[in-house]
Write a protein that binds this ligand. Sequence first.
Ligand SMILES: [Zn+2]
Length: 504
Amino acid sequence: MSEYASTEETSLANLLRRKIPCLANVPLCEAVRYWMSMYPGFTLHSHEITSDGVQQIGHFYLSPTSDPVCPDCGQTTSRIKDSKPRTVIEQPLPGLHRTYIHFHLRRVRCKCGCCKNERLPWLDPKQRITRRAASAVQQAVRLEGNTISKVSSMFGINRKAVKELDKRQLKKLFDKPQIGRLRRIAIDESALHKGHRYATAFMDLDTGQVFAVVKGKRKDDIRPVFEDLKQRGLLESIECVAVMNAGFAAVAKDYLPQADVIYDLFHILQNFTAMVLAPACKHMVKLKADELREEFEKRRQDGQTPTREWLNKQLRDVRRDYRKSEWLLVTPPDALKPERQQRLEKLIEDNALLAALYPVAGKLRKLWRADTVEDAMECLADIIEILKAVSESLDFKEVLSFARLLENHSDGILNACKHRVGTNRLEGANNKIKVLKRNAYGFKDFEYFALKIKGLLPGKGCSAWWELSGFKMVDNEERIVDAAYEPLPLARLSSNACQALQSA
Ligand SMILES: [Zn+2]
């Protein structure tokens, strides 16, 4: 071994022992061997740590110690056509912000006729990132809350590469997910892009697993999922289906004549907000604005000179007071923070329409919790009565269409009471999907978006993620592999090799 390599390795060993706690008390040579065992067939030629004053970046230059391996026949060959310099990203050594590996990738001209780049156990073909780093990226990006851009800046690789690594693992595990015995399912649509495009998700309500996501929200969009379940013999055991519109209910009835169709509380509340509360708030804003304009005119006639600015400010204040206030009216009061509770009280005090509508959400919640179907029926009749009274006494006709919706769906609503379908699962799922949309994951790539939802909601007790436990990863041929070149445990390094290194 040359003097130079030995000095290099000593300084590397010192670096490694400083950076990696478990190496602090081992001989120098073992520290180097530990690290170099990650790159079989190569040795460290030199290394360099650069710093921008804040973060340190490591560059490690490898040179080969043995002949390359042919990717086709797997034989070692000495016939090399050419070689090209390569820089790949390695998972950063502890304490370093980035770690780069520099080496020459050789192209073999093998006896078997193959003329391709050599095969390396630590680097997949055409990748700019080592297997171990790819495995770390896959691990990082599947943590909830880690967005693509966050992982991209963590590892210093571009967003497209992070997305591809993530999509690869999701596709392997969730393209055709394992589905257990289905008993209660929910079909749920959500708007993808400001209401222009939709996705529909299928969820097992007992485990919380989302097992299918399709584009669109029409009847024909969801039929293929039922066809697939039919082929897999999974339809017979289904007892009830929670849906959010009549179209879904009709398709569900086609495939599941034995099952009860249910309308779930969460979506009825959403409908209530969209059909009644939001227009009511708008209506109130309009009334207040009219009052203000009248006051403005009156003051002018009285000889005062209120300015346009004054009026505009008042109008802005009114709009601000009512912004998103519909949500205050459907949230359970004990879930509101004190300042929002105060805002709610003021709203109800200030206007009769919202005060009259306020009890409806509470009653709807009570309806889904009713102990018997009779109680539920009574509660439903009660709600419809309130709505009709509001429409007459306060001249607000929008409530009637919601009352009609409740009447038309009364079977489905009373079924919810019978099957005791809780809303937490579906609500939780909806919130996760909302976060996903906010993080601007690929709307352009619907397949990825659908996989991402399934990966986020893999279900309790049956998660496919366990297949990637430890250092496993999905490689570019969609196989689950161990991030191949995890270094040997220190104890397994031969003492001969250590002595050889020490005496060099
Ligand atoms: Zn060959």
